[in-house]
Write a protein that binds this ligand. Structure first.
Ligand SMILES: [Cu+2]
Length: 695
């Protein structure tokens, strides 16, 4: 996207880069694979003539075009510079990493700036691939360091020192989980990392419950007062709107507690089995609160799943992947501090699209580069990406495939064979990996660059994430059935009744910001109402210049089509997050059962969500347009901008042409609306007081 305001220096700190197998990002020169790379002229550069200084040029529209300098050569000890001629920030970040997993060089460069990459001067002779951490799909290049005495900094392959530490498991029907600061062992050496944690662990305890069994979870906010109120969303679950982790209502304030009631049923039947997760959803602060650690697994098990004889127990392993950036003392950096202190108006709805809370270390279940000792047995791995921003394209180092059996909110109808699996923030994939016949082998789970991303589509970093060590034998009574579990049938209307459009609004002169249907998020506004019991077909369209991952709350959703075609096999189960590359449209459907109330949809790249790419729909009693107190329909949006954009973008049958009101009439109209809102807010407060007394 275009960054049209100049004050973004705090908006993007980090870098995605990665812990990589050294060989993936580095080789000693000369090297055939590198010489064969398009644009490389290694053979034409006489070794003795390698320049003492060279510059990587980032051109205008680099996100689409890549670096202007695809290959750059310096003598060992020479100077490497970078010039950014684009209007966005970019980085030059090595794929290869050092002893602690940091990229060997990593330079962030603002629009219009020139920087020197000092770390490049210390490198050993060799060939180093690099990428932009914000655009790893489209921006890649190669640095060749020539000559020298053989000394210098070399890449280090990850040692996978720490054994994988699974979070504690909670299975009770009434759970109590404090939310507090805790010290987490993320790296094998050095201090532990202070995080905000559910239940004192990161990830939080894995909640495992049978579908159809009511579950009450009480969270107590014991974080420092300065952390503010939090709110917990059960991602993928179906429950009352009060228990949905509303961004600015039903909060858990400092020193208080709140009980969430999850019946785990849908229309009187047990919910589908699913790999869900729970995480904070606080308005404008979701990225911050998740970065600090408020994330955990929620696994729902079903009877039909048990009958399938899939790997279970110790052979069912939830794996949460997420990137973070650390200080030299192993503490989380705070990319949000600068934003909230000195960027007033630069966060929240209508903030400029400063996307990219990214890290340079990828954690697996809260550890950097762990290993897991496995048996010669089939394993069910539940892959979940909880990064604020980054996507990963998962693959196994020995080239074996994943057998994907589930996605998002449930099992797939049939297993599907995947060589690699791209998951954006909040996406899940349940896969089976078979380690039989592999005794004493080591297999690395990697992130690989996304194959042929569409123009401006999201890419993925190269990284070694964790290692499986096949250490022992075990008899295996599991199987991979040819049929798994079809999603419950749905009679979706053929006609799309509402379209959600994700885009930028504004102009270069006024500044741009993220929108849904032309408007930034307003927690009081409801875009569309759905009568309880109705089934609706909606379209999700990405008109923005980059990929978004769109999440719909509350129901478990069917994907009807992707770009006019039948969805791919991995989208034929129930899902709740869809990757939308630029220009893509996904048609989805759900039956709205059990609960009236207000629910969200948003981009799950959490900076986008916090910066306004969020909206709400309401489930209402049939033949009623009654919204809970404190909400109003989009038609009476009170800001001039909201009204204008709302009128332009509504495609609901309910949306009426806006009346051209005269000045005094408009004033009266606004006064009326304001009064209605005040009264509604009062009613809401009284309701809330009553509610609080009852809990
Ligand atoms: Cu987004």
């Amino acid at each position: 996207m275009r960054l049209t305001r100049g004050r973004h220096r705090f908006a993007r700190f980090g870098v995605i880069a990665t812990a990589m197998v050294a060989a993936a990002g580095y080789s000693a020169v000369p090297q055939d694979a590198v010489a064969g790379t398009p644009g490389m002229v290694l053979g034409h550069v006489p070794m003795a003539d390698a320049p003492m200084s060279a510059t990587v040029v980032i051109p205008k529209d680099a996100q689409d075009k890549g670096y202007a300098t695809k290959v750059v050569t310096i003598s060992q000890g020479g100077t490497l510079n970078v010039v950014n001629l684009d209007s966005q920030e970019h980085t030059v970040t090595s794929d290869a990493v050092g002893a602690k997993g940091n990229p060997l060089f990593d330079k962030w460069v603002e629009p219009g700036h020139t920087e020197t990459i000092n770390q490049a001067s210390r490198l050993a002779a060799g060939t180093y691939t690099f990428h932009c951490t914000f655009h790893p799909g489209s921006m890649t290049g190669t640095l060749v360091v020539e000559g020298g005495s053989g000394g210098g900094v070399h890449p280090v392959a990850p040692h996978f020192t720490l054994p994988l530490r699974l979070p504690p498991v909670l299975t009770g029907s009434k759970l109590h989980i404090p939310i507090k600061r805790t010290a987490v062992r993320i790296f094998p050496t050095g201090p532990k990392t202070t995080m905000w944690a559910f239940g004192g662990s990161y990830p939080g305890p894995t909640i495992e419950r049978p579908a159809g069994h009511d579950t009450k979870i009480t969270f107590a906010n014991q974080l420092p007062r300065s952390s503010g109120a939090v709110t917990v969303h059960f991602h993928g679950d179906h429950h009352k709107w009060q228990d949905d982790g509303q961004p600015d209502r039903f909060l858990i304030r400092h020193g208080h507690r709140r009980t969430y009631d999850l019946p785990l049923t849908d229309h009187g039947k047990p919910e589908t089995e699913a790999t869900e997760f729970y995480h904070d959803h606080r308005m404008n602060l979701t990225a911050r609160n998740n970065w600090h650690g408020l994330q955990g697994f929620f696994l729902v098990h079903s009877k039909r799943e048990q009958a399938l004889r899939l790997p279970s127990g110790e052979y069912d392993v939830p794996l949460m992947f997420t990137d973070r950036k650390f200080t030299s003392n192993n503490q989380l950096t705070n990319p949000f501090k600068g934003r909230t202190r000195s960027m007033k108006g630069m966060t929240g709805p209508s903030a400029p699209p400063g996307d990219g809370t990214v890290g340079n270390r990828i954690l697996v279940d809260g550890e950097f580069a762990p290993h897991l000792d496995v048996a010669q047995h089939r394993y069910r791995l539940r892959l979940l990406n909880t990064s604020d921003f980054t996507s990963y394209d998962f693959a196994l180092s020995d080239g074996r495939p994943f057998i994907q059996i589930g996605a998002g909110s449930g099992l797939l109808p049939h297993p599907t064979v995947r060589q690699d699996i791209l998951l954006g923030p909040a996406e899940r994939a349940d896969v089976i990996v078979d380690f039989s016949g592999e005794l004493h082998k080591k297999v690395v789970l990697e992130s690989v660059p996304r194959t042929n991303p569409p123009p401006s589509g999201v890419g993925s970093p190269t990284a070694s994430l964790m290692q499986f060590r096949v250490t022992h034998t075990a008899s295996d009574h599991t199987k991979i059935p040819s049929s798994l579990a079809a999603p419950p049938p749905i009679h979706a209307p053929a006609k799309v009744s509402f379209t959600w459009t994700f885009a930028l609004a504004g102009t270069a002169s006024t500044g741009t910001y993220w929108t849904i249907n032309g408007k930034p998020f307003n927690p009081h506004r409801v875009e569309v109402e759905v009568p309880l019991g109705a089934t609706r077909t909606w379209a999700l369209t990405n008109n923005a210049p980059i990929t978004h991952y769109i999440h719909l709350h509350e129901e478990q959703w069917h994907t009807i089509s992707r770009d006019g075609k039948r969805p791919p096999p991995e989208e034929r189960g129930l899902v709740d997050v869809w990757r939308l590359d630029p220009g893509e449209t996904v048609v989805v459907a759900a039956k709205f059962t059990d609960y009236t109330g207000v629910f969200m949809l948003h981009c799950h790249m959490l900076d986008h969500e916090d910066d306004g790419m969020m909206a709400q729909f309401a489930v209402v009693k049939p033949h009623s347009h009654e919204l809970p107190p404190g909400y109003h329909p989009a038609q009476i949006a009170t800001t001039a901008h909201g009204a204008r954009m709302g009128a332009m973008s509504m495609t609901s049958p309910r949306s009426l042409p806006r009346l051209r009101l005269t000045g005094w009439r408009r004033g009266l109209d606004r006064f009326g609306n304001a009064l209605a809102l005040e009264l509604a807010a009062l009613g809401f407060l009284f309701g809330l007081r009553r509610y609080w007394r009852t809990v």
